[in-house]
Design a protein around this ligand. Structure first.
Ligand code: ATP
Ligand code: MG
Length: 878
């Protein structure tokens, strides 16, 4: 069975048990401050478990893209060294949202593994939660009893909280679980050691393949457990491990999930996989990492310097370095692999193939950037290796930080290289250095949240802001959030006109009014599906009936900018082509910003054309066609611009301005007629990242203001020029005149310089075979001072020249000596100028034959010539 068939069998099996099969949610998480990437199949369904919203179907099955490189579940260090942990992997899952429970879940998992996939029963073990005193949880007797009917009791193992109580993160849904393990060792090996001994013991051939979690609890911020409103089943089976078991392989990397990538990398490196363990590890790491990198980028997260973006950059840099050091890849290579991966996964995860060009460009650019510093960083490490060995075998924090800051080495990469060299890294020291460099990767997430205080359980918060700006409302829950020197409240209402920041549109501001008290809402944000009104204070009477009022004027400006963004998006596709995809946006009351994939600068003429199309649509006064609660498939049929980032269960809102012009999935607020936008004006076009451009624009009164400013500027120029027509012609003429004048001035000054030279030459005093000239002169630039000194050297032999001049209001001194004097008379221009500079309260230096000084005291210039004479005399005598 190849991997595609194995995956399909799983989905078909649960479809036959009345499960709805749904596609994977995007691996990048939006709107959830507790999670950056999906780390398990259950994460996208969190809200259904918590009862925040009802599940659209009680039984669901899917394969979910997961990433485990940060937070509670982090397998990064294992990847490539072991054969069964990946950064990105697929988790096959079946789900019961308040429907079936332990019996069905366990029986079906057994049926699928042994009947459908025909895995040998005598190689399977199962585990059951043994209970935990500290948590006050009993043993899972139910699960034990169910297993007993299918598998002999000596194959049912008891597991501790660590292995048999599953939690997604520090808070959130959790519960006891029952794992299924498989022993893939040879008969010979099995005869020697009982497989039971190796379960959950990091043996590469005795691995967990499936975990059935029984979601019963919610873990609160204070660490306590509370019962969930209903009982659920959440199962997760590692797809790559399942393929290994069914295909009879010893390693996930030997399955057809990884082999195409592995062979491609080996081929590029000109070696055979399996010949050299070090190189094999590098090949495995690269084949693993490219999956994580490609899918996160395809799902909308670009590599960057902080948060989720930095996670991807770290993975990418690890992969680059493995290739560089072990496979001799000195040029970008990762980006080529994406093509193999895209072909291989197009039938399950089409998003990669659809954006292949873009993903490749982003990766190649990242590779190039890191390859520019990698080699020097590695050299630096090598150079210091001996010194590390003498210092406790430790790379000190300063060096680790230097590697990070100057050479772009993420800490985990430095730690990895250190391990290869038998060294440690002073991570604490690194942390201190990091701290000191304040404005880098500042972590704003150091906040402390209290648990929710629930005033009205079971009330769903409803957004009614598409239809009105004011409503009666009640508080259903609130909590306090403390940051360093700041505290605020999050208030959830039963219904609200406040739009929560999302899809690039900023949150509304406004007031909650009750009993004569007006509590200001500073911002509105979303956490999963909760709409959080952010306030400085709590209202006095929490149970009052409130009037919730948004700042409607501000919202109207936002509407115009948001609708204009849609018109812009469509115009970009018309003018530049269908490859244009939205990469990010910002819409507030002042400006709109739209980031999109495009590979070149947008030319001036193109910008004008785009602007023109948008303004045509504005003038056509196209009415808004808004449809809510459209199932995602239907929206796609309507021709909505394909947006990755939607997940199963999403009912979307479709915003149309002319069904043949702009159809978009969007939750934002819009004008009822494009005519309300008034006028659209692009104010800038720039690059934000490899293959991503940004346009900023303004609309309505802001556009009017912008144009007025430009016009005022022009009028001011007209006034200065005293001309009404052909302003640019007048300016051009002025510049030409200026050039002529400058030339004339230069010629005049050179002439003056030459006569100054002649008159100075006549002033030379004879002193012990020296021609001594010390003068205060008038010159307009330092260049002329220098030129004069060098010209004098040409015409006067045995020259000691000291010039003092005020240039641009500052005193300057130049000393010039003939070369023979430097050698024979012990004279040194540099020393002399330093001595003389004291008179003008300054300093300077230069070469033995020519030196200059500047200072602060212009008055001192007058005494410099006399002082210079004395100085020269004293040197000659001495
Ligand atoms: P392990 O102890 O092997 O790390 P786990 O207890 O972390 O596994 P779960 O969180 O229960 O695993 O995830 C469910 C299933 O997903 C596991 O049974 C396994 O098959 C698979 N899985 C977990 N982590 C990884 C990973 N990093 N790479 C590939 N598959 C994984
Ligand atoms: Mg694990």
């Amino acid at each position: 069975m190849n991997s595609a068939e194995i995956r399909q069998k799983f989905l078909d099996f649960f479809a036959s048990k009345q499960h709805q099969v749904v596609p994977s949610a995007p691996i990048v998480v939006k709107d959830d401050p507790t999670l950056m990437f999906i780390n398990s199949g259950m994460a996208p369904f969190k809200d259904y478990f918590l009862g925040n919203k009802p599940a659209p179907s009680k039984r669901v099955a899917d394969t979910q893209k997961c990433l485990r490189v940060s937070g509670k579940h982090n397998d990064l260090e294992e990847v490539g060294y072991d054969t069964y942990h990946h950064t990105m992997f697929e988790m096959l899952g079946n789900w019961s949202f308040g429907d079936y429970f332990k019996k069905e879940a366990l029986e079906w998992s057994w049926e699928l593994l042994t009947d459908v996939y025909k895995l040998p029963k005598d190689r399977l073990y199962v585990s059951v939660f043994q209970g935990d005193q500290a948590e006050n949880l009993p043993m899972d007797q139910d699960a034990y009893n169910i297993w007993k009917t299918m598998i002999s009791e000596d194959r049912i193992l008891m597991g501790s909280k660590k292995d048999n109580f599953w939690e997604m993160g520090d808070t959130g849904p959790c519960g006891p679980c029952s794992e299924i393990h498989i022993d893939l060792r040879s008969e010979e090996e099995r005869a020697k050691v009982d497989g039971k001994e190796l379960v959950n013991n990091d043996h590469p051939q005795v691995v967990e393949i499936w975990n059935n979690v029984f979601m019963e609890f919610n873990r609160l911020a204070d660490g306590s457990l509370v019962k969930l409103p209903a009982q659920h089943v959440d199962t997760g089976m590692g797809f790559e491990r399942l393929c290994m078991a069914i295909q009879g392989k010893q390693s996930n990397y030997d399955t057809d999930v990884f082999q195409p990538l592995i062979q491609y990398v080996a081929n590029e490196a000109g070696i055979k996989y399996g010949d050299d363990e070090k190189k094999d590890i590098a090949i495995r790491v690269i084949s693993d990492h490219i999956r994580a990198i490609s899918f996160t980028i395809a799902d909308g997260q670009l590599p960057s310097n902080n948060k989720a973006g930095y996670v991807i950059r770290r993975i990418l840099r690890r992969a680059v370095r493995y290739g560089f050091t072990f496979l001799d890849f000195k040029k970008p290579f990762l980006y080529k692999l994406t093509e193999v991966l895209a072909e291989q996964t197009a039938h399950v995860f089409p998003e990669l193939k659809q954006q292949l060009g873009f993903v490749q460009r982003v990766i190649e650019e990242e590779e190039n950037a890191f390859l520019r510093t990698l080699e020097n960083g590695l050299k630096r490490l090598d150079a210091l290796e001996e010194s590390f060995k003498q210092h406790n075998n430790t790379i000190d924090g300063k060096t680790a930080f230097e590697l990070y800051d100057t050479f772009g080495f993420p800490l985990d990469l430095t730690a990895l290289i250190a391990r290869e060299k038998g060294l440690k890294v002073d991570e604490e020291g690194f942390g201190k250095e990091m701290e000191q460099q304040k404005n880098r990767s500042r972590n704003a997430s150091a906040t402390e949240q209290s648990d929710w205080v629930i005033l009205q359980p079971d009330v769903v918060n409803e957004f009614i802001g598409y239809d009105c700006d004011v409503t009666d409302a009640q508080i259903v829950r609130y909590r306090q959030v403390k940051a360093k020197n700041n505290s605020e409240y999050h208030i959830v209402l039963d219904k609200t006109p406040f739009y929560a920041e999302s899809g690039g549109q900023v949150g509304d501001v406004g007031y909650l009014v009750a009993d004569g008290e007006r509590v200001e809402v500073l911002d509105t944000k979303k956490e999963n599906d909760l709409i959080l009104h952010i306030t400085k204070n709590l209202p006095k009477n929490l149970e009052a009936g409130f009037s919730a009022e948004i700042d409607a004027e501000r919202r109207n400006l936002i509407r115009k900018n948001h609708s204009a963004t849609h018109l812009l998006h469509a115009a970009l596709r018309t003018v530049l082509g269908d490859h244009v995809q939205q990469r990010g946006s910002l819409v507030n009351e002042k400006v709109l910003r739209f980031d999109f994939s495009h590979f070149a600068k947008v030319e001036e003429a193109e910008l004008r054309q785009i602007e023109h199309i948008v303004n045509e649509r504005v003038r056509q006064a196209i009415p808004l066609d808004e449809r809510r609660n459209v199932p995602i498939d239907e929206a796609k049929e309507m021709g909505a611009t394909a947006l990755f980032g939607e997940k199963y269960g999403d009912f979307v809102r479709v915003i149309t301005f002319g069904s043949d012009y702009s159809v978009e999935l969007c939750g934002g607020t819009h004008v009822f007629n494009t005519g309300n936008i008034g006028y659209f004006k692009i104010i800038s076009e720039s690059s934000v990242a490899a293959g991503v451009r940004r346009i900023e624009a303004v609309t309505a009164s802001a556009a009017e203001e912008y144009m007025q400013q430009q016009l005022n500027e022009l009028n001011a120029v007209r006034e200065v020029l005293n001309t009404q027509s052909n302003v640019s012609g007048a300016v051009q003429k002025m510049q030409e005149d200026l050039k002529v004048l400058q030339k004339q001035l230069e010629a005049f000054e050179l002439k003056q310089l030459s006569s100054l030279k002649d008159s100075l030459a006549h002033k030379a005093q004879q002193l012990d075979g020296i021609n001594l000239i010390t003068e205060r002169v008038e010159l307009s630039s330092a260049d002329y001072l220098k030129k004069l000194a060098f010209d004098m050297r040409q015409v006067v032999d045995n020259l000691v020249l000291v010039l003092a001049a005020e240039i641009d209001g500052k005193p300057q001194i130049a000393v010039m000596l003939s070369d023979n004097l430097v050698q024979d008379k012990n004279l040194n221009a540099s020393q002399m100028v330093r001595e003389l500079a004291k008179e003008i309260k300054g300093g300077g230096g230069g070469q033995p034959f020519y030196a200059t000084a500047g200072g602060k005291d212009v008055a001192g210039l007058d005494v410099v010539p006399g002082k210079a004479q004395e100085l020269v005399k004293s040197i000659i005598k001495g």
